[in-house]
Design a protein around this ligand. Structure first.
Ligand code: PLP
Length: 394
């Protein structure tokens, strides 16, 4: 056999495994100490009651011969695709339901979509960003070029026409920086992609955290996005589905190249390699779009937004520079006392028992920065903030 030796080019373990390793070593050495985790971006609030009722009802359906379901459509049931379509419509975006594909989460689709693009595409990725974009393209041996996201450009790199890229990743609100593009900034990206014949892979996993109306919640709020942009979204952060697993990807029918249609290719890919998301999970996801579901998930999101406020207030008090936290569940702060990201990680873990995420894990421009998440429980967030305040004001 011949192995895919591109795997030798990716970092041996995933960022969060490295963190887990260090935290495990710390807890083994200090079993009496309570570790507070504001590192990995996992949610802590339970599923909304409307979602739980829908799950129960769907489980009951599976128990009866007349309502039992076997294989479903690979691209998702119409009831969920139509609900998502209605959600877009309520924000002024017109789609056809067959442009919406249901998945088991944004991460899978972000990786799987690469089946559609040949290995000789040049990929443009912001630095820092969610590591999955770089790792999945490295596995396929694609050439990656980086665009710098720094404090100078408010962590929102804009197109440079002297750069030729075929596949462009944008993540807004960004993980890890929390920076989010305005509709007019995204318009510049869409114009650039259309001019270059490129595709934008737009990761909107955190769209529900946007509160500022000038910021984009979907790339389809711009003109011309339907000929160049694929949008990835997820119920993970919107509705606490990190363990339940459901997401959706919008692949417009107007994206085409070399006589091939990208929507048709994705349908072909999914029907070949994927057998759909469980019926009960899709029923649960559809409940998110009911009036009751929307009210309940918004209440949960408000809890996380308040956590973000608590962390941001602490940074203000300590005079630590940060961004994010307002239209995003992440606070992106400059490590105090000139520490590197991993040095600050160790310092915080050793002296305060608080776990965050070192910025360097998201790209070279993340060095010297640190990410704290608002997804912890209120108690953990408050206690972590109190410990950080005590440590850093010593
Ligand atoms: N995209 C971004 C930017 C993320 O931060 C995450 C998860 O943390 C995902 C996608 C993955 O989402 P899902 O749980 O739907 O796979």
């Amino acid at each position: 056999m011949k192995l895919n030796t591109n795997f030798a080019d990716i970092a041996e373990s995933y960022l969060f495994s490295d963190i887990a390793h260090k935290v495990n070593a710390y807890t083994a050495a200090h079993p009496e100490k309570k570790v507070l985790r504001l590192g990995i971006g996992d949610v802590t609030l339970p599923l909304a009651p409307a979602v739980i009722s829908a799950l129960h009802a769907a489980v009951d359906e599976m128990s009866r011969k007349e309502t039992f379901r076997g294989y479903g459509p690979e691209q998702g049931y119409d009831f969920l695709r139509d609900s998502i379509n209605g959600y877009y419509k309520s924000r002024g975006v017109e789609l056809d339901s067959d442009e919406i594909f249901i998945s088991d989460g944004a991460k899978s689709d972000l990786g799987n979509i690469l089946d559609l693009f040949s290995a000789d595409n040049t990929v443009l990725v912001p630095d820092p960003v969610y590591p999955v974009y770089v790792d999945t393209n490295t596995m396929a041996g694609r050439k990656i070029i980086y665009m710098n996201a720094t404090a100078e450009n408010s962590f929102l790199p804009m197109p440079d026409y002297s750069v030729d890229a075929d596949v462009i990743y944008l993540c807004s609100p960004n993980n890890p920086t929390g920076a989010a593009y305005s509709v007019s900034q995204l318009q510049e990206w869409v114009d650039y992609a259309n001019a270059k014949g490129a595709v934008i892979l737009y990761d909107a996993a955190y769209e529900c955290f946007i509160t500022d109306d000038s910021l984009a919640r979907s790339i389809y709020q711009t003109k011309g996005a339907k000929t160049c942009a694929i949008e990835f979204c997820s119920f993970s952060k919107t509705a606490g589905f990190t363990g339940t697993r459901c997401g959706y990807t919008v692949v417009p029918k107007a994206i085409a190249a070399q006589g091939m249609n990208v929507n048709k290719m994705w349908l072909r890919r999914q029907t070949t390699k994927f057998n759909g998301v469980p019926y009960i999970v899709q029923r649960a996801a559809a409940a998110v779009f009911t009036e009751e579901g929307q009210r309940q998930i918004k209440a949960n999101i408000a809890v996380y937004q308040q956590n973000a406020r608590i962390i941001a207030d602490c940074m203000d008090e300590l005079g630590i520079w940060y961004t994010g936290g307002k239209n995003s569940p992440y606070i992106w702060l400059r490590c105090p006392k000139g520490m590197t990201s991993w040095k600050f990680f160790d310092y915080l873990l050793e002296n305060a028992g608080v776990v965050g995420t070192p910025g360097a894990g998201f790209g070279k421009n993340g060095e010297g920065f640190f990410r704290l998440t608002a997804f912890g429980s209120r108690e953990v967030t408050e206690e972590a903030v109190a410990r950080i305040k005590k440590l850093l004001s010593e």
